[in-house]
Design a protein around this ligand. Sequence first.
Ligand SMILES: NC(=O)c1ccc[n+]([C@@H]2O[C@H](COP(=O)([O-])OP(=O)(O)OC[C@H]3O[C@@H](n4cnc5c(N)ncnc54)[C@H](O)[C@@H]3O)[C@@H](O)[C@H]2O)c1
Length: 730
Amino acid sequence: MQFNQESLRQEVNRFRSSFQDEALDTAEKSLTLEKRGPVAIIWFDQHQEKANKLSTPNMLRLFELFVEIEKDKKLGALVILSKKPSIFIAGADIAEIQKMAAGEATVEDLMKLQSVFTYLERLSIPSIAAINGACMGGGTELTLACDYRIATDAPETKMALPEVMLGVLPGWGGTQRMPRLIGLESALDLILTGRNVDGKKAKKMGLVDKVVPKELLETRALEWAAELAKSPRKAKKEGHASLLSRVPGGKWMIFDQARKGVMSKTKGHYPAPLKIIEVLKKTYGGDLDAGLKVEAQAFTDLVRSPECKSLIGVFYLQERVKKDKGSATGIAKEVHSAGVLGAGVMGGGIAQLFAAKNVRVRMKDINWDAIAKGFQAAQKIFYKQVQRKKMRKNEFDNAMARIEGSTSYAGFKGLDLVVEAVVENIDVKKAVFGELEKNTKPDAILATNTSSLSVGLIATGTTDPTRVVGMHFFNPVDKMPLVEVIRGKETSEDAVATVFQFSKKLGKTPIVVQDGPGFVVNRILAPYLNEAGFLLSEGVPPRKIDDVIAGFGMPMGPCTLLDEVGLDVGVKVAKILYTAFGDRMKAPNIMEKAGQGNRYGKKTGKGIYLYPGGEQKNDPELFARLGVKENASAVPDDKIVKRCIYAMINEAARCVEDKLVRDVADIDIGMIFGTGFPPFRGGLLRYADSLGAEAIVGDLEVLQRMYGERFAPAPYLQQLAVSGKKFYEK
Ligand SMILES: NC(=O)c1ccc[n+]([C@@H]2O[C@H](COP(=O)([O-])OP(=O)(O)OC[C@H]3O[C@@H](n4cnc5c(N)ncnc54)[C@H](O)[C@@H]3O)[C@@H](O)[C@H]2O)c1
């Protein structure tokens, strides 16, 4: 199964005949060999691309170079370097993983590629990976097969094995070599979370041997290689085993802990982390070749799983956002300084985010008490980072110094962008936009964080509505990745492009949405939350509703979400949507009733649940208070899922029909990054596609007969059902 020189030749020929010559030619251009005295240097510089990727042609090319190096007896050491400014190797070629997911994966093929790294590991001369920039997945696996690793302390240097995020595991020896190098516990942590470590952290955990400034990387690596080349024999690698993994039964404790951690985080929805633990259980401490075989088999099983397909889909959704500019014609302006109007829950969070991303921000509210609260909110978030050692004290001070507070518009004339986050009241917002127009420069962008009011209507408070755009953050701002960029009727393309690209700079995931009640995410969420209310009024306990929906994969059930958002806010938004869309959006009376007596949810200590000391508890008097007879078996679990989730799919179909988004993918991005819709299901509409429109329409018709018109299938969904088409198929 392994490569040798003869099998390489055959493989290259097979490759040449089944693919284009071009791919191998590109690999030849991308990976070159330089000989400097006794030191061989493999330079990686992916031809005509920004990132180095380990595609199959590149792997074959690497093997070819290893063979050439091995043959040249004058060479005494090898250094692998990248010519890209901030990327060592970005990982495997995702397009190839996607092909494997579509059924092209064989254990044999994978083992051949594994053997490229085994060949590197067993070269007779020592090898050094010299790492600057992103070193991901297959890139890290390549470095693990080298004898030594030297990395830079530059902020762009990040090492990780993120395969788990795509629903697979490191398949080129990562599960085998990582634990040998850094010990079982640390390796499990890296492989199960996919998290990255910088050069210094990598050195601390033994993942790299040396850390140097970026400018010295090449020199130091070559000096080191020249030194190693003097020695006639390559030193034997030393492994690492933690104390716990060496005590009898210790490693089983580690596996047990890891499994418990995975189950509590993923509820078993993701097969990859469980498989990773299984592979390590079977192979840790054993023979490398046998371990590689187990790894290859496990990778092949995982890559064919539906979860992997979904996660690859989500990866491409994110790539799409990266390439998206938000507008085909708009020109984004740089935002150096910004203002935030209203220092409440959202304003404080937005100011913190701006300051965290190096943007100077002025926060204005109507009184100093409110401003103090905004400062406190920002301080609290930064301080948590200090406690977690993600921020130094001086960085904390600098970040806080980027936020200024004021009760007047002093200083607003110099700002590039202002985000309004005052109370959700159209008259107040219109008045505030009128003031903003007078107190900012004419080309400053004026954004609103409204969650339900029309951006176009708010803009009527100004004389130049082209400057007004929606920038809808989700709560809590520091944690929720989504920003809905709302294009009002008159909003200029430049304003859309500016807010879209600025959102990306802030590290957020933006989607462009047309102006309309609830925009996209809250509009789709509303019937889902309403349905939870209807279930409550039928006596279904909130805990049951929440457990069933969490079992489907949502990060929290709808009753918990209502308590988090606040029943007062939920009812208010529901009323706006009811006014806009009529009966299908009518919230059940029980929602208002549940919130009576200041029982708004978590913020008031009681809502659908109770929150003594902040911890969620069932309320034994809930149903008596609501005047409903509790009936845990009133609705079977699968019906709870269908009622809640299909309500969202149906509304999403209406959003597509109303052309609220430029592409259906935006709805999936919105629901994943705005509500936590389970990525392993690929997104709301990908999930709908996996069920098929015909089946959904059939079920909706049954629900319509049982529960009324709110379940009437959307015309667009019906069209898909009739034509046999999918959302993701035009
Ligand atoms: N809270 C959420 O979950 C959430 C999520 C997304 C969007 N939003 C939207 O964000 C906006 C703010 O919501 P919030 O929850 O932060 O409200 P909040 O009540 O916490 O804060 C509003 C702040 O605006 C201030 N304010 C009122 N009038 C003002 C004026 N004329 N000039 C300056 N400041 C003024 C108030 O003093 C208060 O500090 C609303 O439009 C809301 O719909 C809220």
